[in-house]
Structures are given as structure tokens and as C-alpha cells.
Design a protein around this ligand. Structure first.
Ligand SMILES: O=C(O)c1ccccc1N[C@@H]1O[C@H](COP(=O)(O)O)[C@@H](O)[C@H]1O
Length: 213
């Protein structure tokens, strides 16, 4: 089966179109002020309107409060909320109620022990995402191009569909899928020309490489 792709941190119509035209199954808006990819909920709603019925729209958030979640639910109306902070499984039902969206839970991975969190989240999330633990002192919990040992995933089975994320790019995606067996992959900085600046040609190259993987 073809690897499903999420292109994350989109901020412009032309790069969103590159993702949609190239067949991305998920497109992501980062709603987190510290990120160079940050969009306000209303900006994200205006940009991502063109993605409806073509791909799943994902709002990426980090330990969001109720007010922000309510705004995202009302304005952007995403298909999924991607929780990329230290949220607990107990928060998942509130996030669903406040936004009307499904849940993607990002889990930081450095070693095999870190997969214990997947079992805790499986009953509460629609999708899991395995992303590299960010380097010590990093400002962002994701979107920094850090990767982990993909062989940690080889042969593992999960009760929910899962994404591989962290440090992926057009040159390494085929090897990452081969080693990890990932059914879904997620990329942000690997399809940029500078932090926060998406590159339409790199997005197309990533989608093509994932299709062939
Ligand atoms: O992209 C961001 O700025 C971001 C900010 C806060 C939380 C998550 C963020 N991005 C997510 O991290 C993955 C991996 O990024 P990368 O490919 O290694 O650059 C990205 O796909 C987003 O889902």
C-alpha cells in the first residue's frame, strides 16, 4: 500500500497547493506562537479552506488551553488536532468535545522504552505519531529536523494507525519507510528552504519519493 503523507507547517497558498496537487493525505497548520510556522486560527482557516474535501486538515498545537481549542474548532474546523506537547490521555476527550476533531498524539522517541506511552494513548487517540525527542534546550517540541533510530519501529505493531516524523526529507524518506515500515509519514523542515519557508519543489519531491517507497 502507498505510504500516506502529511505535509506540516504550511503557510502559503502555493505550497499548500503543491501538497494537495502532489497527493498529500494530511496537511498541517501549526498554531503555536514560538514556531516560525505559526498561524493564528483565523489565518489558518482562511488558508486551509482550499484543502477541504481534498485532504485531512490538521491543527498542530502544544499544551493548548480551552479557549484556543474552541477558537480552532469554530474557525478552522480541522479534521484532526495534533497534540505535540505533554498532554495526558485524560485530556483527549475534552479536546474532542471542544473542537469536534479527531486526535493525533505525537510521542517523543529516543529509545525503546519511550514506546510505553503508545499503549497508554492507543485507547484515546485516532492516530499515533512517533517523532524524535528534540535536542536539549530546543525552543520547539517538533519541527526541528531531529530524527531517531528508525529501526526501533521495525516489527512493532500498534492498535492505531501511526506516523513516522522527525528529520525526514526527500533524500531519506525511502530508507526511513523501508527500515521502520511506517504506513504514514510526516514532514516539516525537510521540505523548507529556510526555517518556516516551505519549498514547493521539495514538497513535490518528497511526495514522489514517498509514493515510490
Ligand atoms: O513545525 C513546527 O514548528 C512545530 C512546532 C511545534 C510542535 C510541532 C511542530 N512540528 C511537528 O514536528 C514534526 C517533525 O518536524 P520535522 O519534519 O523534523 O521538521 C512536523 O512534521 C510537525 O508535525
Amino acid at each position: 500500500m502507498t505510504t500516506g503523507v502529511k505535509i506540516c507547517g504550511l503557510t502559503t497558498p502555493d505550497t499548500l497547493d503543491a501538497a494537495l496537487d502532489g497527493g498529500a493525505r494530511f496537511v498541517g497548520a501549526v498554531i503555536f506562537e514560538k514556531s516560525p510556522r505559526h498561524l493564528e486560527p483565523l489565518e489558518a482557516a482562511s488558508l486551509f479552506e482550499r484543502a477541504r474535501r481534498r485532504a485531512n486538515v490538521v491543527a498542530v498545537v502544544v499544551n493548548p488551553g480551552d479557549r484556543l481549542l474552541t477558537e480552532i474548532g469554530l474557525m478552522l474546523r480541522p479534521n484532526f488536532i495534533q497534540l505535540h506537547g505533554s498532554e495526558t490521555p485524560g485530556r483527549a476527550e475534552e479536546v474532542r468535545r471542544l473542537t469536534g476533531a479527531g486526535i493525533i498524539k505525537a510521542l517523543p522517541i529516543r529509545s525503546a522504552e519511550d514506546f510505553a506511552a503508545a499503549a497508554e494513548w492507543e485507547p484515546f487517540a485516532d492516530h499515533l505519531m512517533f517523532d524524535a525527542k528534540p535536542p536539549e534546550g530546543a525552543d520547539l517540541p517538533g519541527g526541528v529536523g531531529a530524527s531517531f533510530d528508525w529501526s526501533l519501529l521495525a516489527g512493532r505493531r500498534f492498535a492505531k494507525p501511526w506516523f513516522l516524523a522527525g528529520g525526514l526529507n526527500p533524500d531519506n524518506i525511502a530508507e526511513a519507510v523501508r527500515i521502520s515500515g511506517a504506513p504514514l509519514v510526516d514532514v516539516s523542515s525537510g521540505v523548507e528552504s529556510a526555517p518556516g519557508v516551505k519549498d514547493a519543489a521539495r514538497i513535490a519531491a518528497f511526495l514522489e519519493a514517498a509514493r515510490r517507497s
